[in-house]
Design a protein around this ligand. Structure first.
Ligand code: CDP
Ligand code: MG
Length: 825
């Protein structure tokens, strides 16, 4: 293609290869599907420049078509082409394209791996290009995770014999590969939502595909409400919703009974074993014991026929009563399906069993989250339980991994090597690894849940749904018959929910509310009432109240400048505020490290059998700071030093730290720095020292923590020789046993801030930091003069500070200055 035309058209169509997810033809302002036919025969006399543009577009469309045809005819793509034609999606190609042409909204469901993500957007692209609409089309396809946006775009580019960033590109937060030629863009749902802030009409986008809607992620549910409103205003926009074979009707109904195309699957049978069988196979040899317990509970059920059978099943599922009948050693090995901690030894035993006794083929292990993945990975890398490590290729797969080491995950491993992928539920439907023959399913996934009454959010492993369990099992039968090992008893499977609760109903809504405000979608309550399944009003109220408390919205629920900054950070608003304060107060390094740990997880490993040593190591990092956050900060700094001196491994081993998590935190720190520089809070050209003058001042670090974590405040009250802890919402709480503050009876300062409250056996605050009243007065929430006029109150009167008039005046002035800095435009 003549590069001259390309450049000219490129600059006409897309003024820059900018970071924005602006559709390729947005600056032309022409409706996306205004075909080139109409441009030739229009009655209105066009200006020369418009005529120029039309002819340039025609040329570009011709060029695109020519190039596509050349590529298809070339030998290099033959193997790829025949792979594509064997995918089940290929069989519905013409039906699909016809439905897209005839309907504004279409729902497509199909077994994972049938070719929805890689083929359907590509069918549209190829069709648009062959019908000479190449210059005008702009197809966007959203992915819930960064990692799948990149890997799918790369895959399609190679299926088309192109480099990534030509007609197919991707855009994720802070990273893009796209150009003026890009016609099919993969992006995260978050990027599209941010794009909607600038362009609520999605000008120029001709086709939008929303992928993985069955997951019911918060962003996807949110996007569906917006699109529901947008479609009548954009009759030319085509919307295609793609889902695994789960509940497609629900989405169709939401969009006025949109047609559904189902792609029949092509999978091999998968044998399934439940814990009972797995234990026997792996020589835990307690099947008879298990049968006894099973028998007992069945008898109990029969005796007490008045009880709701389902309730009783759940009583048993609440394992405590059920499994205390086992012997101690058995109980330990059954932890996999009881408490919230997965006992990895059962997973290890199963992997070992497969490697020794079963045939070839990759093993895919579903774990609850990064915790387990990194633990198992550390174990394999440190001292493999599998023997000779050269015989295994062990790969992690997690949604928040910065990049996917792509080919290794998808490719067949070298001969004599077995691929073992340790994954979270990302491998359930987003990412397909073809050569998996064995699936190990621990039955749980880290899931957030939200208790609106107590304002409690927790991220705990909980049982997956039947739909997820089915998905996981299906991963084993891609290329040949497979086996699924479920590390939980059949009765648990039978009691699982049909579908998982959508995220919008089980997470705090503050981040979502910020987005609704920044998109000017009206009042939060009335907007969210239009959702597929609207959230509880109390949850909405809590979110708004929190945003007011941290100063992100004003009393009228309008965004403040601070709120606008927080919208641009794809983070929890509290963590975002901590980063902003860190940069303002030149205490950025600690803020970045702590924010990374809060947004991801902390690097401390808690080994079951060496708990005391691990606790001691953590305490030594904390010193006398009475702070879990300082402990993790010091651990991270120690790791950086050790790494510099080539002593990383010993350092992590001695101090019970996960090198994998530390590395992830390091990567996230870099991302946060980029985000801050993006919104002008950090000027990278000034070098790192410019923002770190007070980074070694621990009092300052605690103040920044207070600013970020407020209103998560605990009062420490002396009760004789002990201290009792209280929060505003739930009254008395305990310090989490894993905290450096657990078991401490005397604290130098009267308050604590904490990262989260969790409810397990009691209500615990996790990761706390002891802070002074000055930190609260200066960096906490709004101050109200107390009614008696002798002091100030905070947290709606829950906290009271007495101070002289002059001190109060000074504090008020300082707070005024601070607000100005935070709210700078
Ligand atoms: O979206 P869906 O689950 O229906 O399937 P897909 O992601 O489009 O994948 C279709 C096929 O392409 C699968 O067999 C994948 O293994 C393969 N694929 C691949 O080899 N490399 C990728 N990066 C993505 C998909
Ligand atoms: Mg897919």
């Amino acid at each position: 293609m003549s590069s001259d035309i390309e450049r000219r058209v490129g600059s006409l169509l897309n003024s820059s290869e900018s970071q924005q997810a602006v559709p390729v033809n947005d600056s032309s302002g022409t409706p996306a599907r205004a075909s080139n036919k109409s441009s030739a025969g229009g009655n209105v006399r066009k200006s020369d420049s418009l005529l120029d543009m039309d002819s340039a577009k025609e040329k570009l469309s011709l060029e695109l078509k020519q190039r596509q045809e050349n590529m298809k005819a070339s030998n290099s793509l033959r193997a790829m082409q025949s792979f594509r034609e064997k995918l089940p999606a290929f069989k519905v190609k013409s039906e699909f394209l016809k439905a897209v042409a005839e309907n504004q909204v279409l729902v497509v469901s199909g077994e994972t791996g049938c070719g929805k993500t890689t083929q359907l957007p590509q069918f549209i692209l190829e069709d648009e290009i062959s019908c000479l609409r190449g210059a005008d089309c702009s197809i966007m396809c959203t992915q819930p995770r960064r990692i799948s946006a990149i890997s799918v775009a790369a895959r399609i580019a190679s299926e088309r014999g192109e480099s990534l960033g030509e007609t197919v590109g991707y855009q994720i937060r802070l990273e893009a590969k796209r150009s003026a030629q890009t016609r099919l863009l993969f992006c995260t749902t978050g990027v599209l939502l941010r794009q909607l802030v600038q362009d609520p009409e999605l000008t120029g986008v001709s086709h939008l595909l929303v992928d993985e809607i069955h997951e019911r992620g918060m962003n996807e549910d949110f996007l569906l409400i917006i699109l529901h409103d947008l479609l009548p205003r954009r009759p030319d926009l085509r919307l295609i919703l793609m889902s695994a074979t789960i509940n497609a009707d629900l989405f169709s109904k939401y969009f006025g009974n949109a047609p559904i195309i189902h792609i029949p699957g092509l999978t091999f049978p998968v044998a399934e074993f439940f814990l009972e069988d797995v234990l026997e196979k792996t020589h835990y040899n307690i099947k008879s014991e298990f049968d006894n317990v099973e028998g007992n509970s069945r008898r109990r059920r029969q005796q007490d026929s008045k009880k709701d059978p389902l309730m009783e099943l759940f009583e048993d599922v609440n394992i405590d009563s059920y499994y205390k009948n086992f012997s101690t050693s058995t109980r330990k090995s059954l932890e996999a399906w009881s408490g919230s901690q997965l006992d990895l030894s059962l997973v290890e035993a199963t992997i070992e069993y497969i490697c020794r006794h079963e045939g070839d083929g990759a093993i895919l292990v579903f774990l609850t989250g990064w915790d387990d993945i990194s633990k198992l990975l550390d174990k394999v890398k440190g001292n493999s339980f599998l023997g000779d490590p050269s015989k295994f290729l062990v790969l992690p797969l997690h949604g928040s991994m910065p990049t996917l080491n792509q080919r290794e995950i998808f490719d067949r491993p070298p001969p004599n090597k077995r691929k073992i992928v340790l994954a979270t539920n990302i491998a359930e439907s987003s990412i397909t690894i073809d050569d998996v023959v064995h699936v190990i399913d621990c039955g749980k996934a880290k899931e957030t849940s939200y208790d609106a009454l107590n304002k409690l959010a927790c991220l705990l492993p909980s049982w997956i749904s039947k739909a997820s369990a089915h998905q996981r099992r299906g991963r084993a039968g891609r290329v040949q018959p497979g086996i699924c090992y479920r590390l939980y008893p059949k009765m648990i499977h039978d009691a699982m929910l049909q579908y998982q609760l959508p995220e919008i109903l089980r997470t705090p809504l503050q981040e979502l509310c910020l987005h609704i405000k920044s998109l000017q979608l009206g009042t939060v309550g009335s907007f969210l009432a239009k959702a597929l399944q609207p959230p509880d009003t109390l949850a909405v109220q809590n979110a708004i109240e929190l945003l007011k408390t941290i100063g992100a919205v004003d009393d009228m629920e309008e965004l403040t400048p601070l709120g606008r900054h927080l919208c641009t950070l794809p983070l929890d608003p509290n963590i975002g505020k901590m980063l902003l304060m860190g940069s303002i107060f030149q205490c950025l390094n600690p803020a970045l490290t702590i924010a990374a740990a809060l947004a991801h997880r902390d690097p401390f490993i808690l080994p079951i059998n060496r708990k005391e040593e691990a606790d001691a190591a953590k305490r030594s990092f904390a010193g006398d700071s009475c702070s879990d956050h300082i402990a993790l900060l010091k651990a991270f700094e120690g790791w950086k030093d050790a790494k510099r001196n080539g002593k990383e491994r010993a350092f992590c081993w001695d101090n019970f730290l996960s090198p994998v998590t530390l590395q992830m935190m390091e990567d996230m720190r870099m991302q946060f720095l980029d985000l801050l520089s993006d919104i002008g809070f950090v000027d990278k050209s000034r070098g790192p020292n410019a923002y770190n003058q007070y980074s070694h001042d621990l009092e300052m670090v605690c103040a920044i923590l207070c600013a970020g974590l407020y209103p998560n405040v605990v009062q420490c009250k002396r009760r004789g020789k002990r201290t009792a802890f209280y929060t505003k919402e739930v009254g008395k709480v305990d310090i989490h046993p894993a905290s450096v503050n657990a078991g401490v009876h005397q604290f130098p300062l009267p308050y604590m801030v904490y990262s989260e409250k969790v409810k397990t056996t009691g209500i615990y605050v996790r990761d706390s930091t002891n802070i002074s009243d000055y930190a609260l007065l200066l960096f906490g929430g709004n101050l109200i003069p107390s009614k008696t006029g002798e002091g100030i109150e905070m947290l709606g009167g829950y906290l009271h500070f007495s101070a002289s008039k002059s001190v109060l005046e000074l504090i008020r002035k300082l707070r005024g200055e601070l607000d100005k800095l935070l709210n700078k435009k």
